[in-house]
Design a protein around this ligand. Structure first.
Ligand code: NAD
Length: 264
């Protein structure tokens, strides 16, 4: 199977680094024109240049906007009024004990991780319906099913994304627009590397050891027994966005190294 997305216009939120950048690279490599997004102009431009170097034939544009609020989404969608493929990737995480999470954090996590994808989907669905073709992917997490006790607020947002993706898919029944959630497990993105580097320093061990210990202690059911790479996650997303994935919708697609023990 050769995935060919030429002629398709893709938007990937939070794509200056990590999983988002790998998705943008994967979609561009399959021929889609891609819009990269982040909050800071300089970082967005840098990511655009990097992607152009890595995929020389790519058509890439960058739009800086903070998509965690309605104004940011309005700014973005004014600049990019149409999309065939929308990947709601941006997301924040922060370990904190339940008793220490104030209302503001619950609301900030919900706005950033959930409302961003809802507002972006609402903006692009009418155009997709008109063309009777579209792909929406929410980057959720295995943490949406396996709620992490060290960040219940994050888990809540990832469960919400799965619910929204499922409901939205059903609401688009009979159209050529599919909606899916992708559930990565621990993945070596910039954000996660930074997180492990800090923990490794605090505990006086190497980063490699820290990652191994994390999997052994916190994700002992991992079948791959390592972090995934960002490209492994991106491959699943590119497939879900392909023309070939036309019968895959309303699904929670796992790329979590088998750590969720349920079969269904
Ligand atoms: P990351 O921190 O490496 O990158 C996140 C990106 O989002 C960055 O480009 C950042 O600039 C951008 N961003 C953050 N807030 C934004 C905002 N308000 N507006 C615009 N851009 C914003 O993250 P990552 O690890 O690559 O994670 C990407 C997604 O994958 C997230 O939704 C995360 O929850 C999910 N996920 C990650 C892992 C993992 O282990 N890395 C596991 C499961 C799910």
């Amino acid at each position: 199977m050769n995935i060919d997305l030429s002629g398709k216009h893709a938007v990937v939120t939070g794509s200056t680094g990590g999983i988002g950048f790998a998705i943008a690279k994967g979609l561009a490599g399959s021929g889609a024109s891609v819009v990269i997004n982040g909050r800071a102009d300089a970082k967005v431009q840098q990511a655009v240049e990097t992607l152009k170097k890595q995929v020389p034939e790519a058509t890439v544009e960058g739009v800086a906007a903070d998509l965690s609020n309605a104004d940011g989404v309005a700014t973005f969608t004014r600049r990019v009024p149409e999309a065939d493929i929308l990947v709601n990737n941006l997301g924040i995480f922060e370990p904190k004990a339940f008793e220490d999470i104030p209302d503001e954090d619950w609301l900030r996590f919900f706005e950033t991780n959930v409302m961003s994808g809802i507002r972006m989907s609402r903006a692009y669905i009418p155009g997709m319906k008109k063309k009777d073709w579209g792909r929406i992917v929410f980057i959720s997490s295995e943490s949406g099913l396996n709620i992490p006790l060290e960040m219940i607020h994050y888990g809540m947002t990832k469960t919400a994304q799965i619910a929204v993706a499922r409901g939205l898919a059903e609401s688009l029944a009979g159209t050529g627009v599919t909606v899916n959630a992708v559930l990565p497990g621990p993945t070596r993105s910039e954000g996660v590397v930074e997180f492990f580097a800090k923990l490794a320093k605090e505990q006086g061990v190497s980063q490699e050891q820290m990652e191994k210990d994390f999997i052994a202690q916190h994700r002992p059911t991992s079948i791959i027994r390592r972090l995934a790479t960002v490209d492994e996650v991106a491959n699943m997303v590119v497939y879900a966005c392909s023309k070939e994935a036309s019968a895959t919708t309303g699904a929670a697609l796992r790329v979590e190294g088998g750590l969720l023990r349920s079969i269904g």
